[in-house]
Design a protein around this ligand. Sequence first.
Ligand SMILES: Cc1cc2nc3c(=O)[nH]c(=O)nc-3n(C[C@H](O)[C@H](O)[C@H](O)COP(=O)(O)OP(=O)(O)OC[C@H]3O[C@@H](n4cnc5c(N)ncnc54)[C@H](O)[C@@H]3O)c2cc1C
Length: 408
Amino acid sequence: MQIAVIGGGASGLFAALNAAWQGGHVTLFERNATLGRKLLVTGSGRCNLSNDQVGASRYTCEDQSWMESLLALYGVPALTETFHSIGIPTHKTWDGWHYPQSDSAHSLVKALSHAVQAAGVHMHTSCQVLDLTLLEKGFRVVFLQQGNQQSQDFDKVIVASGGKAYPTLGTKGELFPVLARLGHSVRPIHPALAPVLAELGPLKSLQGVRLDLGVELSQANTPVAHAAGNMIFTEWGLNGPAVMDISHHIPEQPGDVWEISLNLLHYVEADFNGLLSQKRQTPFPANLLLSAFFPPKVVQCYLSLAGIPEDAPLNSLDEQSLDQLIDRLNSTRLKVTGVRGYKYCQASSGGVPVSEVYPTTLESRIHPGLHLTGETLDVVGPCGGFNLHFAFASGALAGKATAQSPER
Ligand SMILES: Cc1cc2nc3c(=O)[nH]c(=O)nc-3n(C[C@H](O)[C@H](O)[C@H](O)COP(=O)(O)OP(=O)(O)OC[C@H]3O[C@@H](n4cnc5c(N)ncnc54)[C@H](O)[C@@H]3O)c2cc1C
């Protein structure tokens, strides 16, 4: 069984490894000179490779049951066992984010590259795949190597060429038109896990401030998505997991009707209310109430928004001023003007809908022998290791499947 894997990223490396372990003759095509270049920058160089919360409901894709079937076959234990078996022990943080024990994406890529080589995978690096055509039996891969256009025939092909995020790392999405020509639907590609462009208005003074909070995205006052987590105010808007997780819902031209609402009390509401009721009838200064939960810039900004002097004693405030402060803390709405582009986002949404491949083998329902994995599929998970988990899992299942079935 001659198997081509297109793409030497997370998904392609797991596909190649698993196909070779099953006895397949595997050739891996990668446009970069080295394997796993994007993996090197993941998790800020630590590679957040999975998460205890991995489950179908955490992914945006058209069919949750499809994702359930896939994850039932390749969940967190299967992934971490595979990593252990190739010399990459893993650990997790208190909140369930998994990393290599070394906390080094570099060591993970080194070990993974070694494993692929040791499994006998034939490597074509610095090699850009240009086209994929159907033969009567099998597929022809057309590629460019050292300026020469060449081709090679295979029984099976796994397309693991990723999406369009971070094009400088090799992912430019040029194989989507090829997949479309082969009869697959390709949903429009958009930046996902992207920083959000927003008009900060009265919150401009918070640039550089980092907070844990809840966010809600709405279109014409109708909620579209919500998330919670860490966020930082920047000169152009908002960044960090809380807003990145909902960014794929924001259209390219949002017009005037898209807003993001920030809830600073999301994680601290009960404690905030407790302290407030304890001190409400005392001369405890308003700024000390807020300082118990938020950094100084936030305290200043929100008191000024509510028109409350910083050292105003709580027992001097009327109910209206206090309500205004709490309303602001619960929900400050900012106009969303877009998202930062592919250069700055961690993933892309869109691509081939999951309904066009089988969840247990990632094999195309249109062309037997063709498998699509990772970000070529229209799947987006939140920050926290979900996207790498999907890339590894889909690659592993496709790799196993290609080598197992005797013919197309
Ligand atoms: C800065 C950053 C940080 C991230 N951090 C995390 C994290 O901590 N945890 C997490 O879960 N996710 C993270 N992600 C997302 C994660 O990296 C991706 O979801 C994942 O890499 C997708 O895997 P993939 O194999 O589908 O695609 P990729 O990893 O993008 O691999 C695709 C490969 O195909 C190659 N290729 C493309 N076209 C061709 C062609 N025509 N010919 C030959 N080769 C080709 C590319 O060069 C690339 O090597 C991060 C992403 C970025 C950009």
